[in-house]
Unconditional design. Structure first.
Length: 173
C-alpha cells in the first residue's frame, strides 16, 4: 500500500537515530569521508566499510554515481540498514537539483526494496558540498512528498538549528 510518508523533524545526530534505515550522504568511493559519511562509518564500525568494499569490488568498481543509492548493513548503528547516496556538489553555473532530488527518490526506492518502514535522512549535499540549506530543504521535502513509497515515516535528522529551521519552514504545521 503506497501512501505519502509522515514527515518528522529531529534535531540531533543521525548516528543515534533508531530507524529501519539511515541514509548516508556518502561520497562516490563509498569508503568513508567527512561529515555525516565519516560519522556513520565511525559509529557503525568496520562492518559498514567491509560491506562498502564488497560493493566496490563487485557492482560499483568506479564508485557509486551521483543521485544513486545502495544499501549495506548498519553495523553498530541503531538501524537495520544504511542507504548510501551520493549527493551533487552545488554549482552556481549548473542546475543540479534533479540529481539532489534523485538522491531522495532512489533512497526511498531502496528502502522499499528492503521493506524499511522508517527512514532517517540527513540534509544531503548541504554540508561540504555547498548546497544552500533553504533550497536543499525545499528539494528534500518536495521530493519525499511527491515520491510513491511504502515507507511510513521519513525523519529528517538535522544537525543544527539552522538546518532544523529550514526544514520546519518547508514541512509547515
Amino acid at each position: 500500500m503506497t501512501t505519502q510518508p509522515r514527515i518528522t523533524l529531529v534535531l540531533g545526530d543521525i548516528t543515534g537515530e533508531p530507524a529501519d534505515a539511515v541514509v548516508n550522504a556518502a561520497n562516490s568511493s563509498l569508503l568513508g569521508g567527512g561529515g555525516v559519511d565519516g560519522a556513520i562509518h565511525r559509529k557503525g564500525g568496520p562492518e559498514i566499510l567491509a560491506a562498502c568494499r564488497t560493493l566496490r569490488a563487485s557492482h560499483y568498481g568506479k564508485g557509486l554515481p551521483t543521485g544513486r543509492a545502495v544499501a549495506t548493513t548498519a553495523g553498530r548503528l541503531p538501524a537495520r540498514w544504511v542507504i548510501h547516496t551520493v549527493g551533487p556538489v552545488w554549482s552556481r553555473d549548473e542546475d543540479r537539483s534533479e540529481l539532489l532530488a534523485s538522491c531522495y527518490r532512489e533512497s526511498l526506492r531502496v528502502a522499499d526494496e528492503l521493506g524499511a518502514r522508517t527512514v532517517a535522512f540527513p540534509a544531503i549535499s548541504t554540508g561540504v558540498y555547498g548546497w544552500p540549506m533553504d533550497d536543499g530543504a525545499r528539494i528534500a521535502v518536495e521530493t519525499v512528498r511527491a515520491t510513491a513509497t511504502d515507507v511510513e515515516e521519513v525523519r529528517f535528522v538535522l544537525f543544527d538549528e539552522k538546518a532544523y529551521g529550514a526544514f520546519a519552514e518547508q514541512v509547515g504545521p
